[in-house]
Design a protein around this ligand. Structure first.
Ligand code: SF4
Ligand code: SF4
Length: 365
């Protein structure tokens, strides 16, 4: 007996696939499935998070609709993935945020931007919000650095703790393994996640609505992911500059935090646009439409964060700086707050599933 109808459907599909095994070379889902003869809820959540949604197994399947077996593995596993985030959310009382994530993100963004704009006006002379200011400390005339560091540090720490607790629950639900997480397994999982190995549809790429698979989705995902990491690196370097070297932002365009932030910002603008277009071209049969709002909300937040960051960089010496700073900080703050209850967690869950898979393979499970 399974907890949801999606779990029951996934069990049915995995039982069919385990007899067929035609797709075993496509990705990690099928070899992991073959290591099992029965599928508990936790096993199905694990398989769902191993799936990268490339669509290859649907297009290759002789039992796909209109066949009476009605096998659509990517669609059912996508639904289950979202359910797994909700089932393991921390704290559990906030798990409902996943269901209305699009609305939650929009509200958090609007309130945060308004809050920062109002805070700037209350803190400084309202005229300073619309005046051109430049030179070291220009940003901190609108909001003191320590207040900024405290607010964003707290929001980011909360996001890390909530996501870590949630993934810990997911990991524990999978039961014990004979071997502990070792370095070769960690390296294998990091390699598979970093290359998005299983988004390649068994070598041909992701499937679209025109039956012509390509690698665009993987490339745009890389742009987004590495753009996010570069922006994070820029913030870390700027923190070291500020506290370690006593160098106060804004920095010149050739300085490391600006170079990293610019490259990261370009990735965060181009990647989400490409992913959105790839989503629009996706075969509708693979779509898990109830999760559309969550996917789009995350892409929109990354895009707007990257865009406002780049605009702030380009226009920081003009009267638009105050407004752009309020917009950018508000969006980043809302992004941090909503990270544990939206699409962001898919990367962490997927890494955990890939690590589990690497460990199972090494243990000859
Ligand atoms: S998806 Fe279809 S073809 Fe692939 S293993 Fe399952 S039943 Fe077989
Ligand atoms: S990763 Fe691709 S081939 Fe593997 S289960 Fe998911 S959609 Fe199917």
């Amino acid at each position: 007996m399974h907890a949801t109808s999606a779990l029951a459907e996934a069990d049915r599909l995995m039982t069919v696939c385990n007899s067929c095994r035609y797709c075993e070379g496509l990705c990690a889902v099928f070899p992991a499935m073959e290591m099992r003869t029965a599928f508990a809820d936790a096993d199905l959540h694990y398989l769902a998070n191993l799936c990268h949604g490339c669509g290859a197994c649907f297009h290759d399947c002789q039992f796909a609709p209109p066949h009476e077996f009605d096998v659509n593995v990517p669609k059912v596993l996508a639904e289950l993935r979202a359910q797994s985030y909700q089932a393991h959310a921390w704290p559990a009382a906030l798990s409902g945020l996943f269901e209305r994530n699009g609305l939650v993100v929009a509200l958090a963004a609007a309130l945060s931007v308004a809050g920062f704009a109002a805070g700037f006006v209350a803190w400084s002379d309202p005229a300073a919000l619309f005046a051109a200011t430049s030179g070291p400390g220009a940003f901190y005339r609108l909001m003191p650095h320590n207040a900024m560091a405290l607010l964003f540090g707290a929001a980011f720490l909360y996001a890390i703790v909530a996501t870590a607790m949630s993934v810990r629950r997911f990991w524990r639900s999978l039961g014990p393994l004979e071997s502990a997480a070792d370095f070769p397994a960690l390296r294998q999982a990091a390699k598979d996640a970093g290359r998005l190995r299983y988004l390649d549809g068994g070598g041909v790429g992701c499937f679209n609505d025109d039956d012509r698979p390509d690698d665009r989705r993987r490339h745009y995902h890389h742009l987004t992911f590495y753009g996010f990491l570069l922006c994070f690196a820029a913030t870390c370097v700027a923190t070291v500059y500020h506290y370690g070297l006593g160098r106060i932002a804004p920095y010149p365009w050739y300085d490391l935090p600006v170079v990293l932030g610019t490259l990261g910002g370009i990735g965060l603008v181009a990647g989400p646009i490409g992913l959105y277009l790839a989503k629009a071209r996706r075969d509708p049969a693979l779509d898990d439409s109830p999760r559309f709002g969550m996917d789009i909300a995350f892409l929109a937040m990354l895009f707007l964060t990257g865009l406002t960051g780049l605009l702030l960089l380009a226009l920081r010496a003009t009267p638009a700086m105050g407004t752009l700073l309020a917009l950018h900080l508000g969006l980043v703050f809302a992004l941090f707050l909503t990270l544990p209850y939206g699409k962001f967690v898919h990367g962490i869950y997927r890494f955990a599933a890939l690590l589990r898979y690497a460990l199972e393979r090494r243990a000859g499970f």
